[in-house]
Write a protein that binds this ligand. Structure first.
Ligand code: ADP
Length: 255
Protein backbone atom coordinates (compact mmCIF):
# COMPACT_ATOMS: atom_id res chain seq x y z
CA UNK A 1 0.00 0.00 0.00
CA UNK A 2 3.09 2.26 -0.04
CA UNK A 3 2.32 5.60 -1.61
CA UNK A 4 -1.46 5.21 -1.31
CA UNK A 5 -3.09 8.33 0.05
CA UNK A 6 -5.04 7.65 3.23
CA UNK A 7 -6.41 11.10 3.93
CA UNK A 8 -6.68 14.28 1.93
CA UNK A 9 -8.37 17.57 2.58
CA UNK A 10 -8.86 20.09 -0.20
CA UNK A 11 -9.25 23.77 0.58
CA UNK A 12 -11.27 23.35 3.77
CA UNK A 13 -13.00 26.42 5.13
CA UNK A 14 -14.90 26.69 8.38
CA UNK A 15 -16.13 29.86 10.05
CA UNK A 16 -17.60 30.43 13.46
CA UNK A 17 -19.28 33.83 13.25
CA UNK A 18 -16.49 36.18 12.28
CA UNK A 19 -13.71 33.69 13.11
CA UNK A 20 -12.06 31.84 10.25
CA UNK A 21 -11.16 28.65 12.11
CA UNK A 22 -10.13 27.00 8.82
CA UNK A 23 -9.09 29.25 5.99
CA UNK A 24 -8.22 26.95 3.10
CA UNK A 25 -6.59 23.86 4.58
CA UNK A 26 -5.22 21.28 2.15
CA UNK A 27 -3.26 18.39 3.58
CA UNK A 28 -2.38 14.89 2.45
CA UNK A 29 -1.38 11.88 4.54
CA UNK A 30 -0.10 8.66 3.01
CA UNK A 31 -1.22 5.24 4.14
CA UNK A 32 1.05 4.10 6.97
CA UNK A 33 2.33 7.56 7.88
CA UNK A 34 2.66 8.88 11.44
CA UNK A 35 2.03 12.63 11.29
CA UNK A 36 1.85 15.27 14.00
CA UNK A 37 -0.33 18.39 13.90
CA UNK A 38 0.91 21.38 15.87
CA UNK A 39 0.28 25.10 16.12
CA UNK A 40 -0.51 27.73 18.72
CA UNK A 41 -3.83 27.73 20.57
CA UNK A 42 -6.70 28.75 18.34
CA UNK A 43 -4.86 27.93 15.10
CA UNK A 44 -7.59 25.52 13.97
CA UNK A 45 -6.20 22.09 14.82
CA UNK A 46 -9.25 20.78 16.66
CA UNK A 47 -11.58 22.27 14.06
CA UNK A 48 -9.64 20.45 11.34
CA UNK A 49 -10.08 17.18 13.25
CA UNK A 50 -13.76 17.93 13.79
CA UNK A 51 -14.29 18.50 10.08
CA UNK A 52 -12.28 15.43 9.05
CA UNK A 53 -14.12 13.22 11.53
CA UNK A 54 -17.56 14.44 10.51
CA UNK A 55 -18.44 16.38 13.64
CA UNK A 56 -18.61 19.63 11.64
CA UNK A 57 -19.46 20.15 8.02
CA UNK A 58 -17.00 22.44 6.24
CA UNK A 59 -18.38 25.64 4.69
CA UNK A 60 -16.27 24.82 1.67
CA UNK A 61 -13.81 22.16 0.59
CA UNK A 62 -13.68 18.37 0.73
CA UNK A 63 -12.30 15.44 2.69
CA UNK A 64 -11.17 12.22 1.00
CA UNK A 65 -10.48 8.90 2.69
CA UNK A 66 -8.55 6.43 0.54
CA UNK A 67 -9.61 8.37 -2.51
CA UNK A 68 -13.30 8.36 -1.63
CA UNK A 69 -15.04 11.66 -1.00
CA UNK A 70 -16.38 11.56 2.55
CA UNK A 71 -17.17 15.23 3.16
CA UNK A 72 -20.06 15.64 5.58
CA UNK A 73 -20.45 11.95 6.40
CA UNK A 74 -21.41 11.43 10.04
CA UNK A 75 -18.78 10.02 12.44
CA UNK A 76 -20.30 6.52 12.57
CA UNK A 77 -20.14 6.21 8.76
CA UNK A 78 -16.52 7.29 8.81
CA UNK A 79 -15.85 4.80 11.57
CA UNK A 80 -17.26 2.08 9.35
CA UNK A 81 -14.85 3.20 6.61
CA UNK A 82 -11.89 2.92 9.01
CA UNK A 83 -11.45 6.48 10.28
CA UNK A 84 -11.52 6.55 14.07
CA UNK A 85 -10.97 9.26 16.61
CA UNK A 86 -9.71 9.02 20.15
CA UNK A 87 -10.86 11.72 22.52
CA UNK A 88 -8.90 14.07 24.74
CA UNK A 89 -11.07 12.99 27.63
CA UNK A 90 -11.42 9.23 27.30
CA UNK A 91 -15.02 8.13 26.94
CA UNK A 92 -15.01 4.96 28.99
CA UNK A 93 -17.57 2.97 30.90
CA UNK A 94 -16.04 3.52 34.31
CA UNK A 95 -17.72 0.69 36.13
CA UNK A 96 -16.77 -1.86 33.52
CA UNK A 97 -13.45 -3.62 33.15
CA UNK A 98 -11.01 -2.80 30.36
CA UNK A 99 -12.03 -6.01 28.57
CA UNK A 100 -15.69 -5.08 28.75
CA UNK A 101 -14.99 -1.57 27.50
CA UNK A 102 -13.29 -3.02 24.43
CA UNK A 103 -15.94 -5.65 23.80
CA UNK A 104 -18.75 -3.10 23.92
CA UNK A 105 -16.83 -0.84 21.54
CA UNK A 106 -16.85 -3.66 18.99
CA UNK A 107 -20.60 -4.02 19.50
CA UNK A 108 -21.10 -0.31 19.09
CA UNK A 109 -19.52 -0.55 15.70
CA UNK A 110 -22.44 -2.67 14.53
CA UNK A 111 -24.73 0.10 15.66
CA UNK A 112 -26.34 -1.71 18.57
CA UNK A 113 -25.43 1.07 21.03
CA UNK A 114 -25.08 1.05 24.80
CA UNK A 115 -27.74 -1.63 25.23
CA UNK A 116 -25.15 -4.06 23.93
CA UNK A 117 -23.20 -3.54 27.14
CA UNK A 118 -26.04 -5.08 29.11
CA UNK A 119 -26.59 -7.91 26.68
CA UNK A 120 -22.94 -8.74 26.73
CA UNK A 121 -22.92 -9.54 30.44
CA UNK A 122 -25.38 -12.36 29.91
CA UNK A 123 -23.30 -13.69 27.05
CA UNK A 124 -20.15 -13.92 29.10
CA UNK A 125 -19.86 -17.72 29.14
CA UNK A 126 -19.86 -18.17 25.40
CA UNK A 127 -17.87 -15.02 24.91
CA UNK A 128 -14.47 -16.45 25.75
CA UNK A 129 -14.60 -18.78 22.76
CA UNK A 130 -15.68 -16.12 20.32
CA UNK A 131 -13.71 -14.34 17.65
CA UNK A 132 -14.56 -11.11 19.46
CA UNK A 133 -12.57 -12.37 22.46
CA UNK A 134 -9.58 -12.98 20.22
CA UNK A 135 -9.78 -9.45 18.88
CA UNK A 136 -10.03 -7.97 22.35
CA UNK A 137 -7.04 -9.97 23.58
CA UNK A 138 -5.04 -8.98 20.52
CA UNK A 139 -5.81 -5.29 20.99
CA UNK A 140 -5.01 -5.43 24.71
CA UNK A 141 -1.59 -6.91 24.00
CA UNK A 142 -0.83 -4.43 21.24
CA UNK A 143 -1.56 -1.59 23.63
CA UNK A 144 0.28 -3.08 26.62
CA UNK A 145 -3.01 -3.28 28.54
CA UNK A 146 -3.15 -7.04 29.18
CA UNK A 147 -1.92 -6.53 32.75
CA UNK A 148 -4.93 -4.38 33.64
CA UNK A 149 -7.47 -6.18 31.46
CA UNK A 150 -9.69 -7.08 34.41
CA UNK A 151 -9.40 -3.75 36.22
CA UNK A 152 -12.35 -1.44 36.18
CA UNK A 153 -11.78 1.62 34.01
CA UNK A 154 -12.19 3.84 37.08
CA UNK A 155 -9.10 2.22 38.64
CA UNK A 156 -6.77 3.01 35.74
CA UNK A 157 -4.06 5.66 35.65
CA UNK A 158 -4.52 8.60 33.28
CA UNK A 159 -2.19 7.01 30.73
CA UNK A 160 -3.95 3.66 30.91
CA UNK A 161 -7.30 5.39 30.39
CA UNK A 162 -5.92 7.01 27.25
CA UNK A 163 -4.67 3.65 26.02
CA UNK A 164 -8.03 2.04 26.78
CA UNK A 165 -9.74 4.79 24.83
CA UNK A 166 -7.40 4.08 21.91
CA UNK A 167 -7.99 0.34 22.29
CA UNK A 168 -11.75 0.93 21.97
CA UNK A 169 -11.12 2.94 18.83
CA UNK A 170 -9.11 0.02 17.45
CA UNK A 171 -11.88 -2.50 18.03
CA UNK A 172 -13.24 -1.46 14.70
CA UNK A 173 -11.08 -2.11 11.67
CA UNK A 174 -9.29 1.19 12.09
CA UNK A 175 -7.06 2.27 9.25
CA UNK A 176 -6.62 5.92 10.18
CA UNK A 177 -6.49 7.03 13.80
CA UNK A 178 -6.95 10.69 14.79
CA UNK A 179 -5.80 11.58 18.29
CA UNK A 180 -6.31 14.93 19.97
CA UNK A 181 -3.60 15.51 22.57
CA UNK A 182 -3.27 11.95 23.81
CA UNK A 183 -0.72 12.92 26.48
CA UNK A 184 -2.78 15.71 28.08
CA UNK A 185 -2.83 15.06 31.83
CA UNK A 186 -0.36 12.17 31.52
CA UNK A 187 2.95 12.14 33.45
CA UNK A 188 6.01 12.93 31.25
CA UNK A 189 7.56 9.46 31.36
CA UNK A 190 4.22 7.84 30.57
CA UNK A 191 3.76 10.30 27.71
CA UNK A 192 6.88 8.81 26.09
CA UNK A 193 5.54 5.30 26.74
CA UNK A 194 2.23 6.22 25.16
CA UNK A 195 3.99 7.47 22.04
CA UNK A 196 6.06 4.28 21.93
CA UNK A 197 2.81 2.31 21.81
CA UNK A 198 1.58 4.58 19.02
CA UNK A 199 4.83 4.05 17.14
CA UNK A 200 4.35 0.30 17.41
CA UNK A 201 0.77 0.53 16.12
CA UNK A 202 2.07 2.65 13.27
CA UNK A 203 4.75 0.08 12.41
CA UNK A 204 1.99 -2.53 12.30
CA UNK A 205 0.33 -0.48 9.57
CA UNK A 206 -1.98 2.00 11.28
CA UNK A 207 -1.95 5.52 9.85
CA UNK A 208 -1.84 8.01 12.73
CA UNK A 209 -2.54 11.74 12.73
CA UNK A 210 -2.05 13.31 16.13
CA UNK A 211 -2.44 16.76 17.70
CA UNK A 212 0.18 17.10 20.43
CA UNK A 213 1.37 20.06 22.50
CA UNK A 214 4.37 18.27 23.94
CA UNK A 215 6.68 18.83 21.02
CA UNK A 216 9.63 17.17 22.75
CA UNK A 217 7.64 13.94 22.88
CA UNK A 218 6.00 14.28 19.46
CA UNK A 219 9.21 15.10 17.58
CA UNK A 220 10.85 11.90 18.81
CA UNK A 221 8.25 9.69 17.21
CA UNK A 222 6.53 11.14 14.13
CA UNK A 223 7.97 11.20 10.61
CA UNK A 224 6.30 14.45 9.58
CA UNK A 225 4.79 17.47 11.25
CA UNK A 226 2.12 19.80 9.87
CA UNK A 227 2.08 23.26 11.45
CA UNK A 228 -1.10 25.35 11.53
CA UNK A 229 -1.40 29.06 12.18
CA UNK A 230 -4.50 31.22 11.95
CA UNK A 231 -6.55 28.59 10.17
CA UNK A 232 -3.93 27.75 7.54
CA UNK A 233 -1.06 25.36 7.06
CA UNK A 234 2.03 27.41 7.88
CA UNK A 235 4.57 24.76 6.94
CA UNK A 236 5.19 21.04 7.08
CA UNK A 237 8.11 18.64 7.03
CA UNK A 238 10.26 16.30 9.10
CA UNK A 239 10.40 17.26 12.81
CA UNK A 240 14.01 18.43 12.66
CA UNK A 241 13.24 20.81 9.78
CA UNK A 242 10.10 22.17 11.41
CA UNK A 243 11.91 22.68 14.72
CA UNK A 244 14.43 24.96 12.99
CA UNK A 245 11.90 26.95 10.99
CA UNK A 246 11.86 30.53 12.32
CA UNK A 247 8.26 31.01 11.15
CA UNK A 248 7.15 28.27 13.53
CA UNK A 249 8.80 29.95 16.49
CA UNK A 250 7.29 33.29 15.45
CA UNK A 251 3.82 31.75 15.27
CA UNK A 252 4.14 30.38 18.78
CA UNK A 253 5.64 33.56 20.23
CA UNK A 254 3.07 35.74 18.51
CA UNK A 255 0.10 33.81 19.83
P1 ADP B 1 -6.81 24.77 18.24
O1 ADP B 1 -7.32 23.35 18.33
O2 ADP B 1 -5.65 24.92 17.33
O3 ADP B 1 -6.54 25.38 19.59
P2 ADP B 1 -9.52 25.41 17.43
O4 ADP B 1 -9.78 24.64 16.19
O5 ADP B 1 -10.07 24.86 18.71
O6 ADP B 1 -7.95 25.66 17.58
O7 ADP B 1 -10.08 26.87 17.27
C1 ADP B 1 -9.85 27.69 16.12
C2 ADP B 1 -10.67 28.97 16.26
O8 ADP B 1 -12.05 28.66 16.11
C3 ADP B 1 -10.53 29.62 17.63
O9 ADP B 1 -10.59 31.01 17.46
C4 ADP B 1 -11.75 29.11 18.36
O10 ADP B 1 -12.14 30.02 19.37
C5 ADP B 1 -12.78 29.01 17.27
N1 ADP B 1 -13.76 27.94 17.51
C6 ADP B 1 -13.52 26.61 17.51
N2 ADP B 1 -14.64 25.91 17.73
C7 ADP B 1 -15.64 26.83 17.86
C8 ADP B 1 -17.05 26.75 18.10
N3 ADP B 1 -17.66 25.58 18.23
N4 ADP B 1 -17.73 27.92 18.20
C9 ADP B 1 -17.12 29.11 18.05
N5 ADP B 1 -15.80 29.25 17.82
C10 ADP B 1 -15.07 28.13 17.73
Amino acid sequence: MAGVEALRTVDLHKRFGGIRALDGVSISIRDGEFVGLIGPNGSGKTTLFNVISGIYRPDKGDVYLYGEKVTGLPPHELYRLGLVRGFQVPRLWHRMTVVENDATAARDRKGSGPLAALLRRSEWLSWERSSLAKRVVDVLHRLSLARVALNRASELSGGQMKLTDISRALMGEARVLLLDEPTAGVAPRLAQDLFKVLERLNREGLTIFVIEHRLEVLFNHVERVIVMHEGRVLTEGPPEKVAEDPRVLDAYLGS
